[in-house]
Design a protein around this ligand. Structure first.
Ligand code: NI
Length: 198
């Protein structure tokens, strides 16, 4: 996503959060369960990694997953995000080995397995790049409450770019949501937060 579109995405996310909040309001007579909206982030997915292997959320069981959604043709926000994730994992030293950084593309049209393979290594040797069919990507994005949309972009050779929410999630070894990081989080802050859970 471009910085130009960032404000729109933040606004869209805010609206989504409000809607989610309304949706989660307890119905009368039901017990009130205090739960953060983000606790609903995550869930099953079936995707393909950069080696062509089919993977599901079960493949990440027992490992912490630091996951973000983006696309390899993203001019600025995604590369920055991935650099921060990689730096945070490195700052954790040996403990960082428990954390698998993951990029899930929201642009499966251009982000083929080969494209993901040539991209992820630029950021971290253990960065996993996941792609899939448009339906598989839609399901994964829905599970993580990620907004994305194709937008016209004359300056791009493909004629479009992707607008998407720029959040990074920390998921636990049981696949459950632990924390999230907004765009602009410093690697030191991300590493410190992750360390609380390791
Ligand atoms: Ni992006």
């Amino acid at each position: 996503m471009t910085l130009r579109l960032f404000t729109i995405v933040v606004a869209a996310f805010a609206v989504g959060a409000i809607l989610a909040g309304v949706w989660m309001l307890p119905r009368q007579g039901q017990p009130v369960v205090v739960q953060e909206g983000t606790a609903l982030v995550g869930g099953p997915f079936t995707l393909t990694d950069q080696t062509g292997r089919r993977v599901t959320e079960a493949d990440f069981k027992g490992r912490y997953m630091l996951v973000t959604f983006g696309f390899t043709y993203c001019p600025d926000v995604c590369p920055t995000d991935l650099q921060v994730m990689a730096a945070a994992v490195e700052m954790l030293g040996e403990e960082g080995g428990k954390v698998t950084p993951v990029l899930i593309t929201i642009d499966p049209e251009r982000d083929t397995v080969a494209q993901m393979a040539s991209y992820v290594g630029n950021f971290h040797p253990r960065l996993v790049g996941l792609t899939g069919t448009p339906e598989e990507i839609r399901a994964a994005a829905r599970a993580y409450r990620v907004y994305y949309a194709k937008v016209k972009d004359e300056s791009s050779s493909a004629g479009y770019t992707m607008d998407h929410s720029a959040l990074t999630y920390l998921m636990g070894p049981d696949g459950k949501y632990l924390a999230h990081f907004p765009f602009g989080t410093k690697p030191e802050a991300m590493a410190a937060k992750i360390r609380e859970f390791l």
